[in-house]
Design a protein around this ligand. Structure first.
Ligand code: ATP
Ligand code: MG
Length: 233
């Protein structure tokens, strides 16, 4: 597990600034849920952390190391797993190859897979199947399983519950809680599903027009109400 800090980060696309002077401090082993309406800059934040978007100002630190200008593949190699919102599984590869992709060594596959198999039993007998034949919900599970296979120290998840039925969402929540309990992985979970977000996180934050406008303890009895007030149109 690693800590993740953003200090005065501004970022966006060409002419438009999306994130404005954003600071955020996630302790090692902590899970933070970031919520906000469409277009508020949630995905932009994760792309900025990973290095897909250049920072216009500010600094990002991973466990104290400056990664402000580090390339995405290097950030990944430093232990940050990222499930992008628009990311798909590789449909033409087998489930096994999809799971294998983030691993440096083939020899790690068996032990890593054994570790996650109890929380994703759906893949056990289907490793050779093309990932494209999985249902939408199963593909989302595969994305999360792939991230966990990397044994990351930080995991960044962008709306993994989008379009999924409650039973699958519950499974994903159980998987993340298991991961936290087993490895103490630091998490930044972008969500619009408030119940899921508050279930898996210690702390919540609300992003509005590129700024954090509210934050609190996910266990507070008023947390859901507070967040809903911002998500309501
Ligand atoms: N590649 C891009 N080029 C220009 N503008 C972009 C690009 N991607 C996103 N934006 C704009 O940046 C703003 C923030 O987008 P972002 O994707 O971060 O929002 P979001 O909070 O993730 O929304 P959603 O909940 O819909 O996923 C939006 O106004 C969006 O139109
Ligand atoms: Mg988004």
């Amino acid at each position: 597990m690693s800590s993740l800090q953003l200090q005065g980060v501004s970022s966006g696309y060409k002419a438009s600034v999306v994130l404005r002077d954003l600071s955020l401090d996630i302790a090692a082993g902590e899970a933070v849920a970031l919520l906000g309406k469409n277009g508020m800059g949630k995905s932009t934040l994760l792309k900025t952390i990973m290095g897909y978007l250049p920072k216009q100002s500010g600094q990002v630190r991973l466990d104290g190391t400056d990664i402000t200008r580090t390339a995405p593949h290097r950030v990944a190699r430093m232990g940050v797993a990222y499930a992008a919102q628009e990311q798909a599984i590789f449909a033409d590869l087998s489930i096994r190859d999809n799971l294998r992709i983030g691993l440096a060594r083939e020899s790690d596959f068996a032990t890593r897979f054994d570790a996650i198999e109890p929380i994703f039993p759906v893949f056990k007998t289907r490793l050779k199947q093309y990932a494209g034949t999985l249902s939408g919900g199963e593909q989302k599970m595969l994305l999360v399983a792939r991230a966990l296979m990397m044994r990351p120290s930080v995991i960044l998840l962008d709306e993994i519950t989008e379009g999924l039925q409650p039973s699958v969402i519950d499974r994903l929540a159980q998987a993340l809680l298991w991961e936290r309990k087993t490895h103490g992985t630091t998490m930044l979970v972008i969500e619009q599903n408030v119940a899921f977000a508050l279930q898996v996180a210690d702390r919540f934050m609300v992003l509005k027009q590129g700024e954090i406008v509210e934050q609190g303890n996910a266990r507070d009895t008023t947390a859901a109400e507070t967040v809903f007030a911002y998500l309501r149109v």
